[in-house]
Design a protein around this ligand. Structure first.
Ligand code: SAM
Length: 274
């Protein structure tokens, strides 16, 4: 194993631990991305989902998007996530929603999908691609598992320029910031995997709102932590507040944003290797 492999494994492990934690539940709720389920449904419309389509939700978290899309469009959805705990929670949520006939979940790695070639009509990946150490590998996998002409919707944090040192850390990586890329780079990863016909939408306001909501919840948690009544330690709340404050400043300065990208899979020739 090289040093880069060890770093990548550590980044994956921390990301999984963070999003299955009590912290994520408290601060983010079930839809773990800016724009919430409204933006998910917009992505679903771009994907032309319907009762005959089979969607793969990559890094499906606790299943909120998969369930919302199956309910709205009647499509079947398979969600995969590296976190066993999140997959178990997602299965339970699908059962509670009476949708376990349409929606399934399994533990899996975005960079090495277990699905067969051309198994899906559509792929969704929300606020997770930025955390994958192997972005090119994941993009190739998305192309491989899609039918010719299938569609992808990818929404993610965008980053332009250097971030302050406190965000350029492992915690910043896990918070989807440190390895976020400019919009053009995401397009480039997908383009190199053979995707074409791009649509790009900026949703920077969604990130502003998301971070404001997190800041507000952290203030509440700080009050509780100071009287020993928060389910998380005070020093972690304070660290979270600093991260959120710094992220909010970067959003104001146009260094961080959020975007939705849609694209069409290669026509039968498989991912481009050149
Ligand atoms: C910010 S959350 C987004 C979850 C979900 N897409 C949503 O928007 O609600 C990031 C998710 O990516 C998952 N994840 C991180 N690396 C992964 C990988 N290599 N393969 C599959 N899932 C991964 C984490 O476990 C976590 O659930």
């Amino acid at each position: 194993m090289t040093g880069a492999d060890v770093q990548a494994a550590e980044a994956r492990r921390c990301c999984v631990a963070a999003y299955e934690s009590e912290w994520a539940r408290l601060l983010l709720g079930d839809a773990l991305h800016p724009g919430g389920l409204a933006l998910t449904l917009r992505a679903g419309a771009w994907l032309s989902l319907g009762p005959d389509t089979r969607l793969l939700d990559v890094a499906s978290g606790r299943g909120a998007s998969a369930i919302a899309l199956a309910r709205e469009y009647g499509c079947s959805v398979h969600g995969i996530d590296l976190s066993e705990e999140s997959v178990a929670a997602a299965k339970q949520a699908a059962e509670d929603a009476g949708l376990s006939g349409l929606v399934s979940f399994a533990v899996g790695d975005a960079e090495k999908l277990e699905a067969g070639d051309g198994e899906f009509d559509a792929v969704l990946c929300e606020c997770a691609f930025c955390t994958f150490p192997g972005k090119a590998e994941a993009a190739s996998e998305f192309a491989r598992v899609l039918k010719p002409g299938g569609r992808i919707a990818l929404s993610d944090i965008t980053r332009d320029g250097e971030l302050p040192p406190e965000l350029d850390t492992l915690l910043g990586w896990v918070a989807c910031l440190a390895d976020a890329r400019p919009l053009d780079e995401y397009v480039s990863f997908l383009g190199s995997a053979g995707f074409h016909g791009f649509v790009q939408e900026r949703h920077d306001q969604a990130l502003t709102k998301f971070v404001s909501g997190v800041k507000l919840k952290l203030l509440g948690l700080e009050v509780l932590a100071r009287v020993g009544k928060a389910p998380v330690p005070l020093d972690e709340v304070v660290q979270g507040k600093q991260l959120a404050k710094s992220a909010a400043a970067c959003i104001r300065h146009g260094q961080l944003g959020y975007a939705l990208i849609g694209a069409t899979a290669p026509d039968g020739s498989g991912p481009c290797t050149t």
